[in-house]
Design a protein around this ligand. Sequence first.
Ligand SMILES: [Zn+2]
Ligand SMILES: [Zn+2]
Length: 366
Amino acid sequence: MAERTLAAVFHRSGDPLTLTDFALPQALPPGGALCRVLMATICGSDLHTIAGRRQEPAPLILGHEIVGEVVALGDDLTRDGFGDPLAVGDRVTWTIAAACGRCRNCQRGYPQKCAALRKYGHNCLHDGQPLTGGYAGHVVLWPGTTVFRLPGNLPIPAVAPANCALATAVHAVEEVDPQPGESVLILGAGLFGASLAALVRERGAAAVIVADVRAERLAQARRFGATATLDLGKLDLPAATECLRSLTDGHGPQVVFEVCGQPHLASWALDTLDIGGRLLVAGMVMPGTGFAVEGNQLTRRCLTVRGIHNYAPRHLAEALRFLARQDHARLFAESVGDVFPLVRIQDAIAAADSGDYLRVGVVPGC
Ligand SMILES: [Zn+2]
Ligand SMILES: [Zn+2]
């Protein structure tokens, strides 16, 4: 077994990541694992950290969307999240965070809010095990992580972003439960929005309308299942409201997913909802995102507003099952528009930041 590995360390916004050599652990705690990274994809939240729009405890190894190969397993980690045997050499992905399973929040069904939560790609080098980010040759998995062996022959690029965008989208869909025949509006056409489009289309939504300011992202959303798009770079909101009504038989959508981080659009979408409509808020992860809610409208039109953040292990399990169904894996694999070796991490970040691709991949060894 290798004894050392290379990782890209983020120090502070504005400084390039530095390639640093780390020792691999020679022993693992019960429930832990060591994985060789096969691919990590660059998520928008990583770009926010690199640009200084979001604070993380630095220095750290970024990257939380990861597919790896099991190199070593700690005692007790014998089965994956599907209940199947887990072995050295298996291709795996894992939950974005490790949770204790015992604290109040874990017991109440919020493992993603565990009192002792640790998230991959979000953990300071000086806080215990340093190798917990994906922009590295290896990742050490904490006990309390749910690991999933990749079903079938799922392509690595399809799976890498699943433990962030697609699993969170599965959670969002579960919360508002769109029914066959309902109309759905998705605010934001990044991979989260595109994943929602694919999921609600599979559930038989009558209309899947995706709104964004980027025309090329809207074109991609159509490939993922959008039946119509609203280009908010060209349409003002009154015009968009008119379009939305004509696309929903004059009623407005029954379900809106906000995944764009724009509070004024959440307010607008609330006004467009049909009687009994549901607004799911999942994109406003920064402070300063207050938005106007007319209480009178909530009451009289019987509306629901819900928030979600991250997901539980069952959502990642369903994300992988979804990828294994029909032609979804090919679609999601195409979301990774370019792939760079780890030694070119700065070029990979620049490519991801260009916005040309839904995702950019980083692989350790080429
Ligand atoms: Zn992410
Ligand atoms: Zn807990």
